[in-house]
Ligand binder design. Structure first.
Ligand code: 3HC
Ligand code: NAI
Length: 643
């Protein structure tokens, strides 16, 4: 039964039970619609508590219904009906009251939340605006400023904050049902507040709205929903309730059918599917209670920080005492940075460091459950590390390499019990970036692979399985993307136009600016290594620049020039001169053509990757690009965008 009714004296308790997240599918909407009628007609009932079974309050509209024609009762009508019920309804919120879930709660006369609950209107993250009065009731409930923040960012807030904003009326601990029933009884002793739709709203002046528009447009980088949400909110603040509702509904229906919403839904479901690949259904992950990282450089420190953020005790191994201190310092600066940005308190940063044991002696690893190697990208160095790990770690310990380009099979050669070995490819900064490429070798056991996926969940990362090839999924596509960008330069399109086109497409940076930031030398050295090993690697434009000492921002110039202490790229005459011989005078492409060429190249490489079995499904490639390489989420990734 989706909706059931119990009675506690004069209080009726309506329980919604629609696993997994009580999404508002048609049956649930109908169930609630009918419950209002039943309880209105029941003279023994004076108030109604609306509570949910399972892990959460109503988490929103049923997103799986979004591609289909809407079927009545429509959600805005249900919210109105709740508000117009002759008995006051009290929403009892645990877990998340999101989107349509929070709109239902706003149809209720009161909202009581457990202290662990969150509430919010995340619709813009799905490319839509709230469609059942979220933009119209929220300003009447919590004021325009809070509503604009909540709706245009889509970021949910925790119960305590929700209370301070006026989004909920009470925060309780312990038994939510009992607390909500007690709240209802108490509410009946006092005059009822106005229904939210009848409350007044005061609009800020036009200048304030203009400021918001500018700030949101800058943040949105081409995403339309946040600005459309702002329009709805302004309408709600300036026009009568019914007019604002009609505008919101029209905007909701229009955006629901948009390409951006389809792309964002695609990523939403891909993200939820990623942690549970069907082929691992029977494999039981091992318990990971402790972890170690070998190498405390850029990646090692970032990985150690991610592990500590997830609460795991970490052992950090470096080459010698001095390197140990450097590694610890790298890790400390990550936490210090988090303190500066207000993400951690001093005490939390201290506690993060207290959970780290560091040294150069591998015997520290005897009891560790998981070891991740992040030493220099050099086969001999990595092999020497795994030879020691093979001798010192428990047979049951999982051993992983963070290599970017080396063949994990060669790294693991000679390792006793190679079934426990796999690649775990993190992205820099490893404590921030969501992507984790998981690279099994032919000897990796299903249990080890499943442990990699479980680790991703623990670290709050998006796992994608990748096969073995040069660059796995992400770096292989990156190489192709950069090569295509160089082809356009060779054909005569200016470097700055290509970067601007990709920014206009939605990337935070274009391919050349990004290389200047990261350094051109890493890829150069890799190409030189391949050349030294006898491979035929054609000279790239990047090679010409590096040979002339232009490695990017760190040398004051790469594709662009940089003024000392500045990060703004300036078109470079030196670069133009160095590359002159290689640049033709073909037609200069427009922004859309540039983006079309580059994204098509990515998709084509993606198709080859799929054909070779390096990626298991197109949506995995999209997740890699969105979470590892800044592909605009609202474009859905290169495979989705290619159709
Ligand atoms: N519709 C349909 N299915 C949904 C859903 C939704 N709104 N939200 C979650 N699910 C499904 C997931 O796809 C997943 O399915 P699976 O088990 O088959 O893969 C399952 O529910 C569990 O989801 P999670 O793995 O995400 O569960 P968590 O416990 O980690 O998280 C949650 C729970 C915080 C509620 C999270 O699921 C979430 O954020 N959901 C989306 C909430 C949302 O965006 N709501 C707004 C929808 S739009 C709307 O309401 C429009 C309205 O204004 C008209
Ligand atoms: P780095 O040079 O910053 O750090 C390497 C660290 O390993 C140094 O601190 C060094 O002292 C230590 N080290 C070297 N040999 C060691 C040994 N035998 N025992 C213990 N420690 C040893 O390098 P970075 O960038 O952190 O890269 C590490 C690995 O991660 C490489 O395989 C790299 O390809 C990979 N990677 C790098 C990414 C990046 O963006 N930098 C992204 C993803 C993977």
């Amino acid at each position: 039964m989706t909706v059931s009714i119990q009675h506690e004296g004069e209080i009726a308790v309506v329980t919604v039970d629609n696993p997994p997240v009580n999404a508002l599918g048609q049956a649930l909407r109908q169930g609630l619609w009918d419950a209002v009628g039943t309880l209105d007609a029941d003279p023994s009932v004076r108030a109604v508590v609306l509570i949910c079974a399972g892990r959460t309050f109503i988490a929103g509209a049923d997103v799986t219904e979004f591609g289909k024609p809407p079927v009545p009762p429509h959600l805005p009508d249900l919210v109105d009906r709740l508000e117009q019920a002759t008995k006051p309804w009290i929403a009892a919120i645990h877990g998340s009251a999101l989107g349509g879930g929070f709109e239902v709660a706003m149809g209720c006369r009161f909202r009581v939340a457990l202290d662990s609950a969150t509430v919010g209107l995340p619709e813009v993250t799905l490319g839509i605006v709230p469609g059942a009065s979220g933009t119209v009731r929220t300003p009447r409930l919590a004021g325009v400023e809070a509503a604009v923040e909540l709706v245009t960012t889509g970021r949910p807030v925790k119960a305590a904050k929700a209370l301070s904003l006026g989004l909920v009326d009470a925060v309780v601990t312990g038994d939510l049902r009992a607390e909500a029933v007690a709240f209802a009884r108490n509410a009946l002793t006092q005059p009822l507040p106005q229904p939210i739709s009848a409350r007044p709203v005061t609009s800020p002046d036009a200048a304030w709205w203009e400021e918001q528009r500018k700030a949101i447009a800058k943040r949105a980088k081409g995403e339309v929903a946040p600005l459309r949400a702002l329009d709805c909110l302004r309408m709600a603040a300036e026009k009568p309730f019914a007019e604002a509702m009609a505008h919101e509904r029209a905007t909701f229906l229009e955006l629901r059918a948009s390409d951006q919403a389809a792309a964002l839904r695609h990523i939403f479901f891909a993200e939820r599917g990623a942690p549970k690949p069907a082929h691992l259904d029977d494999a039981k992950p091992k318990d990971i209670r402790s972890a170690a990282v070998i190498g405390g450089g850029t990646m090692g420190a970032g990985i150690a920080a991610a592990l500590r953020d997830a609460g795991l005790p970490v052992t950090l191994i470096e080459r010698d005492a001095e390197a140990v201190q450097r590694g610890l310092q790298n890790l400390r600066s990550i936490f210090d940075g988090a303190v500066k940005r207000g993400k951690l308190t001093e005490a939390q940063a201290e506690a993060r460091m207290d959970g780290v044991t560091a040294g150069s002696d591998y015997s520290l690893l005897a009891g560790t459950d998981l070891v991740i190697e992040a030493v220099f990208e050099d086969l001999a160095v990595k092999r020497a590390v795994f030879a020691q790990l093979g001798q010192t770690c428990r047979v049951g310990a999982i051993l992983a390499t963070n290599t970017s380009y080396l063949d994990p099979r060669l790294i693991a050669e000679g390792l006793p019990h190679p079934d426990r070995f796999l690649g775990l490819h993190f992205f820099s900064p490893a404590n921030v970036m969501k992507l984790l490429e998981i690279v099994p070798t032919p000897t990796t056991s299903p249990e080890t692979l499943a442990t990699g996926f479980a680790l991703a969940r623990t670290l709050n990362k998006i796992p994608v399985q990748a096969g073995i090839c040069d660059g796995f999924i992400g770096n292989r596509i990156l190489k192709r993307y950069r090569a295509e960008a160089e082809t356009l330069v060779r054909q005569g399109t200016p470097i700055a136009a290509i970067d601007a086109a990709m920014r206009a497409y939605g990337f935070a940076m274009g391919p050349f600016e990004a290389q200047d930031l990261g350094g051109l030398d890493i890829a150069f050295l890799q190409r030189e290594g391949a050349r030294a090993a006898g491979q035929d690697v054609p000279e790239t434009l990047g090679d010409i620049l590096v040979r002339a000492g232009r490695k990017g921002q760190k040398t004051g110039g790469g594709w662009y020039d940089y003024m000392p202490g500045e990060r703004a790229p300036k078109p470079s005459e030196t670069t133009a001169r160095l590359l002159a011989e290689n640049i033709g005078s073909g037609p200069v492409l427009g922004f859309e053509e540039i983006a079309a060429r580059l994204t098509a190249a990515m998709a084509e490489e993606g198709r080859t990757i799929l054909a070779e079995g390096i990626a298991l499904k197109p949506s995995d490639i999209d997740l890699v690009e969105v979470h590892g390489y800044g592909y605009p989420r609202w474009r859905g990734g290169p495979m989705f965008a290619a159709g």
